[in-house]
Design a binder for this molecule. Structure first.
Ligand code: HDE
Length: 706
């Protein structure tokens, strides 16, 4: 029976038919490498990795049409083996990311402070590759968890690669690198159950944090809306640690690096973020891709804070402690350049995945400080690239290779691409006239520093104050932002099963701000506010720093923002066109949303093409919405859950809503309130003005905040 089947004619016949159904197989080409004409253009021959052209890419080699596959099929084996090895270990942190090419342009020279050309040659454009990431989730996780964003820039300078590997938050959780594996193990999915993916709202994270008082300043930042960015084009970036600049006299100055987005700072709010994750898992990546496609190149201003050791001695904190920031009111920011990202990579894996940043990649004129977190990072990144990319020759991968000449006597090893010629592979030598040599004057020099003191595992006394800057941050926020921080803490701690962990956290909050502790305690249903733990240093009153707010740094603009117009059959085409024109002129991207993707028949009988179908294009994807409906259309949409959610969420997420009579009727039927942010669609100017901000005052009427 079996034998009959494997040799049957019907099987053979079927094989032939399938093969012929592919138009490309009609003109298969023999070896030779020249282009050949097939449907859709000229194509090179499809070959194995040895350059042998294939006659058939649809069928493996079999003993007979229904028989076993032959081991001899080197084409199949090569293809499958290659496929089996397509993945490399994802980054242990910062696995999920968006990467882009662009350039850095210096506008002010720091010649007085550094010899690094990238910071001294005004007008020079240095190519960069920038990777913006989430921290905790795996590479397939969503773009919008509550999380810190990594902000890593590789500058391909004429003097070598400089990697500035920072975050969108200027401080960090821990003071010493030895705690990093514990921190990351605590935040990642819990090891026994394998969840939650990409979330801090779970027991192990808050357990570790509650036992790590030094993290309290960072806790204020991650519970703020900074971890819920509206777009990767609307985040700040920080080098976090103090670095050093060294000038040609060998003098060093401390420096902190800052990136500020041209589009201003903007975040979403928590309920919106959660829903965006469902509506579009690639929300940030898609936003960036679309911006690049549209020629709206994201841009950041580059600034420095410069200070001397003497000035640092006067700060009420230690600048070598990465849980502290230097308020700009204390050391002002000096704008020295800009970065524009203008090109999507050709290939995600080759570039975004394989790019290997190392904080140890600096150029002459830039050096490290003694920040113990930075010192640990100087080891970690090179080490991780070796395991991730599998070879110490990772610097030869195009995205990692310097764009200036580089040469040394390092040789061989896995995946060596270079073919150095000649007899000499050592230095010094007398046998070669053109082998690379050290450059005593211009080569890299470390800052001259004298180290004194006792060797040991000792946390510096100057690192003991864990609460003062946390208090400064919280107090510097607007009332809306404070409410979001308190509510985020209630949300996160409500997900923590262990009551003693919730209590311990609220205890810490007492040191930060009594009011915050009592709001969170009330939100958690505590009858009594738990006691505060002993503090290693007394909490100081630092001057407020409004620069730490988000709301204060939002820009009054629709550039980079999106407006959705919900319509249905019978909608008023003139009104739709007017709103669309006004929003487009203000810089927004406009999308028309209707129940059917094929379009909507307007009141005048014309069909209007639409950009999104209602169920798949919720209002969370927009910064403001307009609802333009006939009376009949409003009635029909009032029976549509997606339409009800569209207007409820727009209102609930504090967005401006423009309505005509039908739109207003839908709001009423959806039980959505009407306030100053709900404007008449005929007044498009009022709508544009309202769309540029959020209706912060609305929030207390629709949501119980802590
Ligand atoms: Fe990282 N971090 N980190 N980190 N980090 C990595 O390197 C590490 C820290 C940051 O887009 C890893 O290539 C240690 C602070 C970014 O490819 C790893 C410590 C800041 C990225 C690593 C820190 C960062 C990473 C994982 C404590 C902000 C993504 C994969 C001492 C200033 C880079 C990799 C990219 C990635 C170690 C703390 C930023 C394991 C040990 C502080 C933006 O090497």
């Amino acid at each position: 029976m079996r034998k009959e089947k494997t040799t049957s004619n019907s099987g053979k016949h079927k094989y032939k038919q399938e093969q012929n159904s592919d138009p490309n197989t009609d003109s298969r080409l023999a070896a030779g490498g020249e282009l050949h004409q097939v449907a859709g253009g000229k194509h090179p021959p499809l070959t194995t990795n040895q350059g042998v052209s294939l006659s058939d890419n649809q069928n493996s080699l079999r003993a007979n049409p229904l028989g076993p596959t032959l081991l001899e099929d080197f084409i199949l084996r090569e293809k499958i083996t290659h496929f089996d090895h397509e993945r490399i270990p994802e980054r242990i942190v910062h696995a999920r990311a968006t990467g882009l090419h662009g350039f850095f342009e210096l506008t002010t020279s720091l010649k007085q402070y550094t010899t690094a050309r990238v910071l001294t040659e005004v007008g020079e454009k240095t190519p960069v590759f920038t990777r913006i990431s989430t921290v905790a989730g795996g590479s397939g996780s969503v773009d919008t968890p509550r999380d810190v964003r990594g902000f890593a820039i590789k500058f391909y300078t004429k003097e070598g690669n400089w990697d500035l590997v920072g975050n969108n938050i200027p401080v960090f959780f821990i003071q010493d690198a030895i705690k990093f594996p514990d921190l990351i193990h605590a935040v990642k999915m819990e090891p026994d159950r394998g969840f939650p993916q990409s979330a801090t709202a779970h027991d192990t994270f808050w357990d570790f944090i509650s036992l790590t008082p030094e993290s309290m300043h960072m806790v204020m930042w991650i519970m703020s809306d900074r971890t819920l960015p509206r777009s990767l084009r609307m985040i700040e970036g920080f080098g976090v640690h103090s670095f050093r600049l060294i000038n040609d006299a060998g003098e060093s100055t401390f420096v902190k690096f800052h990136w500020r987005p041209k589009l201003g700072l903007q975040s979403t709010i928590w309920d919106e973020t959660v829903k965006i994750a469902g509506a579009d898992q690639d929300f940030h990546r898609r936003d960036m891709f679309n911006a690049i496609e549209a020629g709206d190149f994201p841009e950041w201003e580059f600034s420095v804070q410069l200070f001397t050791q003497k000035e640092a001695d006067g700060f009420p904190f230690d600048h070598l402690d990465a849980t502290k920031l230097i308020p700009e009111e204390l050391v002002p920011l000096q704008v020295i350049g800009r970065m524009v990202l203008d090109r999507w990579p050709n290939n995600f894996f080759a570039e975004t995945e394989q790019v290997a940043y190392c904080p140890s990649h600096v150029v002459p004129g830039i050096d490290f400080s003694n920040d113990p977190l930075l010192q640990g990072r100087l080891f970690s990144y090179l080490d991780t690239q070796l395991s991730r990319l599998g070879s110490h020759n990772f610097h030869q991968i195009p995205v990692n290779a310097p764009k200036c000449p580089f040469a040394n006597q390092q040789r061989d090893g896995h995946m060596q691409m270079a073919q150095p010629s000649g007899r000499v592979a050592y230095e010094p030598n007398s046998l070669s006239e053109n082998s690379p040599r050290e450059m005593p004057a211009k080569g890299f020099h470390s800052a001259a520093a004298t180290e004194t003191g006792d060797k040991g595992r000792i946390r510096a006394e100057s690192f003991a104050d864990h609460y003062s800057q946390a208090r400064q941050f919280y107090r510097s926020q607007t009332a809306y932002e404070q409410a979001h921080i308190a509510s985020a803490l209630v949300f996160e701690l409500s997900k923590v099963e262990h009551v003693h962990v919730r209590e311990a956290m609220v205890g810490h909050l007492r040191h930060i701000e009594a009011d915050l502790a009592s709001r969170v305690a009330a939100g958690l249903g505590f009858e009594k506010i738990p006691d505060a733990p002993a503090a290693a240093a007394s909490v100081r009153e630092l001057a407020l720093s409004p620069a730490l707010q988000i709301i204060g740094k939002m820009k009054d603009t629709l550039m980079g923002r999106a407006i959705g117009i919900l319509i249905a059959d019978g909608s008023d085409g003139t009104l739709i066109a007017k709103i669309k024109a006004a929003a487009t002129n203000a810089g927004a991207t406009v999308k028309i949303v209707a129940p059917k993707v094929g379009g909507a028949k307007l009141a005048n009988g014309a069909m209007l093409a639409v950009d999104g179908q209602l169920a798949g294009t919720p209002s969370v994807l927009f910064d403001a919405v307009a609802v333009i409906l006939s009376d009949e259309g409003a009635k029909e949409l009032s029976l549509e859950g997606a339409a009800i959610d569209f207007v409820r969420d727009a209102f609930g997420h504090l967005k401006a809503i423009a309505v005509d009579r039908g739109g207003r009727a839908l709001l009423k039927m959806a039980n959505v309130g009407q306030d100053a942010g709900v404007v008449d669609a005929s007044d498009e100017k009022a709508f544009i003005a309202a769309a540029k901000t959020r209706q912060w005052d609305r929030e207390k009427s629709i949501r119980t905040l802590a």
